[in-house]
Design a protein around this ligand. Structure first.
Ligand SMILES: Cc1cc2nc3c(=O)[nH]c(=O)nc-3n(C[C@H](O)[C@H](O)[C@H](O)COP(=O)(O)O)c2cc1C
Length: 298
């Protein structure tokens, strides 16, 4: 059974509702803080940087390798003293308990000498809507004040924006930048590494020019009602994500080498309460593959 289905089955609707609402309300405060901080520009290209990451099943480790290569950075993998269980269901239970109790797991290498680094590329899998618990341990054990922190993540369907907002909230003295994220499906597919490499390069270009999430939305048309073609693209790209209970309400598009679709949807994840979600889908040029789900963000 695919991992994403397993975590859906294992997670209760109540836990999911808590998880999603927990991210609400943080966005506005974080935005205010972010506006008060300088944008990360020159330091990323010139400073000594380190990639710090945690990976449970290897997807984030792949992405960490891409960031390391792209920036010739040092790399440190965070290791749990007591690794998560080998099965997906028991990892869900363990992480759920850690989140509930806020007892963050011990790391073999929690305290890291970051003095020589101006930039920390911080990588994690999304778990329960935000970063994985070992990242809390890392944040509690290190001082990121004054550093540029560039978040990157892998996920089943989304959590990039919510996790970056929580990082900003927890690290107000750091300059937490725009985050990069990719689904585990895409990075692990054939050609996924090359695809992620290209996206990371364009992510660096966006960082260097000081782009925000809002600015990245700039090239889209106005939201409009769906026509049959939009519905077909949506159905194809979301066919493995029935558990999110997505109902598209309107759509806008952006022509790139292919087409980006941004669907505003009603989402009832895990049968929980209805919330609004933005679903990004990419449709390649004809003959170059099927429409694919890029992210689901609240
Ligand atoms: C305990 C647990 C909770 C998860 N929660 C989410 C989630 O809330 N949203 C999501 O999109 N993916 C979720 N996932 C999927 C992971 O984010 C995804 O598989 C990720 O790529 C794993 O990265 P890794 O291989 O580096 O460990 C969860 C996975 C686990 C094990």
């Amino acid at each position: 059974m695919p991992c994403k289905l397993k975590w859906v089955i294992a997670a209760s609707a109540v836990a999911a509702a808590t998880m999603f609402t927990a991210c609400d309300g943080q966005g506005d405060q974080s935005k205010k803080r972010a506006e008060a901080l300088p944008e990360a520009q020159e330091p990323i290209a010139s400073a000594k940087s380190v990639v710090v990451f945690f990976s449970q099943t290897g997807s984030t480790a792949k992405l960490a390798g891409i960031f390391k290569e792209a920036r010739n950075a040092d790399v440190i993998e965070l290791k749990l003293v007591e690794p998560y269980p080998s099965t997906y269901d028991s990892t869900i239970a363990k992480v759920g308990a850690q989140r509930q109790s806020k007892q963050w797991p011990a790391l073999v290498n929690a305290k890291i000498d970051l003095a020589q680094y101006d930039t920390v590329f911080l990588g994690y899998p999304i778990m329960f809507g935000s970063f994985t618990p070992p990242i809390y341990t890392f944040l509690d054990s290190n001082d990121l004040s004054g550093k540029v922190v560039v978040p990157f993540c892998t996920f089943g369907s989304g959590g990039r924006k919510a996790s970056a907002a929580e990082l900003k909230e927890l690290e107000p003295q750091a300059n937490v930048t725009l985050a990069y994220g990719i689904t585990n499906k895409r990075i692990n597919a054939e050609g996924g590494i090359e695809k992620a490499k290209a996206e990371v390069e364009s992510f660096f270009a966006d960082l260097a020019s000081g782009k925000t999430d809002e600015m990245l939305m700039g090239g889209y048309s106005e939201q409009r009602p769906l026509v049959a073609e939009d519905s077909a693209v949506f159905a194809e790209a979301t066919k493995d994500y029935a558990y999110l209970g997505l109902k598209p309400l309107s759509v806008s598009t952006q022509v790139v080498a292919g087409t980006n679709f941004l669907f505003v949807c009603e989402m009832k994840a895990f049968g929980g309460p209805a919330v609004q979600a933005n679903v990004k889908i990419f449709r390649p040029l004809p003959g170059r593959g099927n429409p694919e789900l890029i992210s689901v963000e609240k």
